[in-house]
Design a protein around this ligand. Structure first.
Ligand code: IFM
Length: 815
């Protein structure tokens, strides 16, 4: 079943049936002012934090529909019939009511058509602003004049903090009130507060400081308002039938000791063919700020709103499209193109910006950045915006503890050099995290090398960056210290300990249990470190890395390889996780793929390990994390047994590792299989099966249900997942073969043999590469030669010396 399509040219996903199998969402805004909106205008907004800066109330996991949101009602005053500009919340019958939602890069436009009245609501946060605009146009396409009322509404939270707002009503309702100020409703929280009265009873997150929000309108005059929720909705009603809309009259009630609300009624008449425009504005700020923002849209000229909104909207689109245009591809698969060119790329930016903060599944309670997630997320945007990546990478290096480990949580107010560590109780108290993860700092290696090679900034390796707790070191020495962290924490086979967790949050191997995933990560770290040491001419370091690489290789063969697969690890008491003879969980995905990515498994062994994945773990919706699921024989260290079989970490099709699987297949040259795996998990490829996948067909989810569940193929947890970056890397670096090097770039695609040609436009260090790849021999991998600007080069490498400002590049694949 299909609810929409990709509009490639506009870089939009268009939903033409509003009753999607779940709310299909989009992200608007920035880290200063964030907003999430569904195809039915549900969602919420916040300043800086979804949990502690919440402006709009949102009821997670509510029955039937997630509500409320940014609703605009329309009432025909001739007979009282009313509807909403988005299908929800009024939900008129779909044979009479038509709607279209266009999700684009940081904007969403929802149109409706009912009773010959057409409306369009364009929602976005202008660049660098901490408010959102809802540009609303309404047109009479009928032959008679219409007397209409339009109601814009927003349900404010009474407290900035989501939890206090939701469950602490004896407090939160009594600190908030609203005022009507002519063209806006002003909500004030803690009006009588100040720092002197801060932290009453420990309840108020804003420390008693007043905070204000406003909801206003420009372009039309407000006829009436409701600043109190119950006044607008009435009792024993809901958003589908608000009293004020049903009766045609807001009651001009302000809120005092109840639920603050913003509803503005605008009465208009529309002649046949006439269109009117208004812009609702929701933001954080006091009356002065509200006035100045609203006035910007309220100029003398009749078309001031359009001009201001159009300019801001064009700026916003330009901003995002410029980033995305740093890589555009045209392969024979439009579903792949849509992901690389727009949606996977945009999702990478959203995970980069928001980490795991706010969605329809998370409210944003985490008051910082998870180390591994964040370092992984950086990789997804390096090819599109290396400067932005560099800033965040610097931050994460400065959040590495001087013992080499990563801080499990990097607080938003991180102050490098002054942070308590997981070894100190203060850190646990303020973050809830008291243990190191084994893998955190190891993610730095692929991220640092990818950054250096994309940007060409080799000197980054010598940049001095503080540690989180004390001292400072060059990036090179930060990396060496990261390796040392794992060398210092080993189990009885000489593999790194799994500590509180490795990538898998459910695997608690402790200080003596060993993780093979981390062992392969460590191997990869040593490979990369050795490359850096060689380039710096540090032979002692090269020797040191080689010794550990040799040692680990021997151990892998001796303890971890079993006939056709690697095991997953060892518990402290000697049990082998992922051994072939185990009744449950006897083959795991990640050790196979990481043995290949790390370079530890070579030649036939690498292929054999990947064949085992294909034969034992693959399904039509991706490869399972392991198999069979834990049920009877769970161990205390393997907490995924708590999940239903076939779900998430318990043998579900966890999405993030699919990217590693695709990448691993491209490393061994299996283009057909890499593409098969990609297609299995490509959201766009499920566009016509939305009833199975349920999630947005334009974004990756965290996990898909495996074969043991009742809903094999159903995906969960939209948007904020490390999948965005791993799949992006596997596409860009693996399938498309774009592999920047220190002084040039390798173009080494690994594609399905059926692809005869494709093109790519890539900006590399400010220069444009217009690349055409020809594959007349139908190979999966292998480049015979490249022609750049008429110059023929053997192999797949182009040196920077051969790259002009704009370049025509032909890549000829073959044996
Ligand atoms: O690796 C983790 C990630 O950090 C958070 N989500 C789950 C993943 C697998 O456990």
């Amino acid at each position: 079943m299909n609810y929409g399509y990709f509009d490639e040219l506009s870089k939009e996903y268009v939903i033409n049936r509003p009753d999607t199998p779940s709310p299909w969402c989009n992200y608007l805004g920035s880290v200063d002012y964030g907003a999430i909106i569904s195809n039915n205008a549900t969602g919420y907004s916040f300043v800086k934090s979804g949990a502690s800066g919440r402006i709009i109330r949102f009821r997670f996991n509510s029955a039937s529909n997630d509500q409320p949101g940014r609703y605009i009602y329309i009432r025909d005053n001739s007979d009282g019939d009313f509807w909403s500009g988005s299908w929800q919340p009024v939900c008129k019958p779909l044979d009479k009511y038509k709607s279209e939602c266009r999700h684009g890069t940081a904007y969403t436009q929802i149109s409706s058509s009912y009773r010959s009245i057409d409306t369009t609501a364009l929602y976005f946060v202008p660049l660098d602003k901490n408010y959102e605009v809802w540009q609303f146009k309404i047109k009479n396409n009928g032959s008679e004049q219409k007397n209409l009322s339009v109601y814009g509404m927003v349900e404010f939270t009474n407290h900035d903090h989501y939890e206090n707002d939701t469950v602490n009503l004896q407090y939160s309702q009594f600190i908030s009130k609203t005022y009507f100020k002519g063209d806006h409703i002003l909500q004030v929280i803690n009006e009588n507060g100040s720092e002197a009265s801060s932290d009453v009873d420990g309840h108020c997150d804003t420390m008693g400081d007043p905070s204000c929000r406003f909801f206003g309108v420009a372009g039309q005059t407000v006829s009436a308002f409701d600043g109190e929720r119950e006044a607008f909705l009435g009792y024993y009603r809901n958003y589908g039938n608000p009293l004020a809309v049903e009766t045609g009259k807001c009651s001009n009630t302000a809120a005092y000791n109840c639920n603050s609300f913003g509803a503005l009624q605008i009465d208009i008449t529309l002649a046949p063919g006439e269109e009117k425009e208004m812009v609702f504005i929701l933001g954080a700020g006091n009356e002065e700020i509200a006035k100045s923002v609203i006035n910007k849209y309220n100029g003398e000229a009749a078309n001031t709103i359009s001009n201001v909104v159009n300019t801001q909207f064009e700026e916003l689109k330009k901003f995002w499209h410029a980033r995305l245009n740093n890589l555009q591809v045209n392969t024979p698969d439009s579903n792949l193109n849509n992901m690389v060119n727009v949606w996977n790329a945009y999702q990478c930016f959203i995970t980069f910006l928001w980490s795991r903060a706010a969605s329809f599944q998370y409210c944003g309670l985490r008051n910082g950045l998870g180390y591994r997630d964040t370092v992984q997320d950086i990789q997804g945007i390096i090819h599109l915006d290396d400067k932005l990546a560099r800033e965040r990478l610097w931050l994460m290096l400065s959040a590495q503890v001087s013992n080499g480990g990563g801080l499990p949580l990097v607080k938003f107010d991180h102050k490098a050099g002054h942070v308590k560590t997981p070894d100190e109780s203060e850190y646990a108290k303020s973050t809830g995290q008291s243990y190191y993860r084994a893998d955190d700092a190891l993610w730095l290696f692929p991220t640092v090398i990818t950054y250096i090679k994309e940007s060409g900034e080799w000197s980054f390796i010598d940049e001095v960056i503080p540690y989180a707790d004390k001292g400072e070191a060059t990036v090179y020495n930060h990396l060496r210290q990261a390796i040392q962290f794992n060398l210092d924490r080993q189990g009885s086979h000489g593999f790194p300990a799994g500590l509180f967790a490795d990538w898998n949050d459910c695997l608690r191997l402790g200080t003596k249990g060993e993780s093979m995933f981390v062992a392969f990560q460590l191997y990869y770290a040593l490979v990369i470190f050795k490359e850096f040491a060689q380039k710096k001419g540090l032979s002692d370091d090269v020797k040191w890395a080689d010794e550990h690489l040799d040692r680990l290789s021997t151990q892998f063969d001796q303890y971890a390889w079993q006939e056709d697969q690697y095991v997953r690890g060892f518990t402290e008491d000697g049990y082998t996780i992922g051994a072939k003879e185990n009744a449950e969980a006897n083959i795991w995905l990640n050790p196979q793929t990481w043995s290949v990515i790390s370079g530890a498994a070579k030649g036939e062994k690498a292929k054999t390990a990947l064949n085992s994945v294909y034969n034992k773990l693959n399904t039509k919706y991706g490869a399972r994390l392991f198999y069979p699921p834990f049920k009877k024989y769970g161990m205390p260290v393997a907490r995924m047994v708590l999940f239903n079989e076939g779900t998430k970490e318990n043998a579900g099709i966890f999405s993030q590792p699919q990217g590693w699987l695709i990448l691993a297949e491209t490393i061994v040259g299996n283009g057909n299989r890499a593409y098969e795996y990609f297609t299995e998990i490509n959201p766009a490829a499920m566009n016509n099966h939305a009833e199975i996948r349920k999630l947005e067909p334009y974004v990756h989810g965290q996990a898909t249900e495996g074969i043991d569940t009742l809903n094999h193929g159903r995906s969960h947890v939209h948007w904020l997942t490390g999948t965005a970056s791993t799949v992006m890397v596997s596409l860009v670096n693996g399938i498309l073969g774009l592999q920047p090097q220190y002084d040039g770039i390798k173009l080494d695609p690994c594609i399905p043999s059926a692809w005869k040609e494709f093109t790519m436009n890539k900006v590399f260090r400010g220069k444009m590469l217009n690349i055409k790849v020809e594959n007349n021999e139908g190979v999966e991998k292998g480049v015979k030669y490249i022609v750049i600007n008429g110059k023929k080069l053997d192999g797949c490498y182009i040196s920077c010396d051969d790259i002009a400002d704009t370049n025509d590049v032909l890549v000829v694949m073959g044996k």
